[in-house]
Design a protein around this ligand. Structure first.
Ligand SMILES: [Zn+2]
Length: 259
């Protein structure tokens, strides 16, 4: 089996199980929908997405990776970055790219049609990290192929970024009751569940804030950071429309971009 795929799958299920256990023993808030149903619904979406992505996106990703490596194309080759320096630089550069991609998902109407399928979740927990419309994943996969040509990462650098991004996403979507003081300290470096819950919240201060995925630094740098100190600000998550049972129905979920 391909090692990067194996470690990515291993990390996904270890984080998924760990967060589920923590959410059960110390939840931040009560779920609107039954947990078992949420796990089945979002895991089903994730498995279907993984198969489709494997069929659609693997080829362009590996074609651009092999092209950039064979011809030594990309900024990192110009900078002469190799070994662990390259892995760390690739992680930071792709995390920055992810910030702008996420911002574009909110700013550009066509992209928002797909991204709102993720935001329509009325709960927030580790399973939300698996709730993405296949259209959004295909578009970001194609954009990533272009980024690979621009930057020229190694396979290891790219694999480390993918694993870290998935683990960070599972962590910052989780519904675990971590003391706010502790999260304030953590938030100086990484995106915390409170910081990302604010991104999904419907309160005034949280709207249009906190787009970072791994490092919280980008939101401070680009002035989109909001520190939610009041629990009230984080109470209501999701969208104003749709709300209710259709947010957890597969047909309605898949049709989100077209409604
Ligand atoms: Zn978003």
């Amino acid at each position: 089996m391909n090692l990067p795929f194996f470690f990515r799958a291993l990390s996904y299920f270890v984080m998924f199980g760990t967060m589920l256990l923590l959410e059960k023993s110390a939840p931040y808030t009560e779920s609107v929908w039954q947990k078992r149903f949420r796990v089945a619904f979002h895991l089903g979406i994730s498995i279907a997405n993984s198969v489709l992505l494997y069929l659609i996106i693997t080829w362009p990703l590996f074609a651009s990776l092999s092209y950039s490596q064979t011809n030594l194309i990309g900024i990192r080759h110009i900078m002469g970055l190799n070994g662990w320096n390259e892995v760390v630089a690739t992680l930071v550069v792709f995390d920055l790219w992810d910030y702008w991609m996420h911002l574009a998902n909110h700013r550009i109407g066509f992209l928002w049609r797909f991204h709102k399928a993720h935001h329509s979740d009325m709960d927030l927990d580790v399973t939300t990290a698996s709730r993405f419309h296949i259209g959004e994943l295909v578009i970001s996969g194609l954009a990533k192929s272009v980024m690979i040509i621009v930057w020229g990462p190694s396979l290891l650098g790219l694999a480390v970024f993918d694993i870290m991004l998935t683990a960070a996403s599972q962590f910052h979507h989780c519904n675990v009751n971590i003391p706010f003081d502790m999260q304030t300290t953590m938030e100086k470096i990484v995106v915390t569940p409170r910081m990302h819950r604010c991104h999904h919240a419907l309160s005034k201060g949280c709207l249009d804030a906190n787009f970072s995925s791994i490092l919280s630094f980008w939101d401070r740098l680009f002035r989109s950071y909001h520190l939610a100190t009041e629990k009230l600000e984080l109470e209501k998550v999701g969208l104003f429309k749709p709300r209710g049972p259709e947010t957890m129905k597969i047909r309605a979920f898949l049709m989100t971009p077209f409604t």
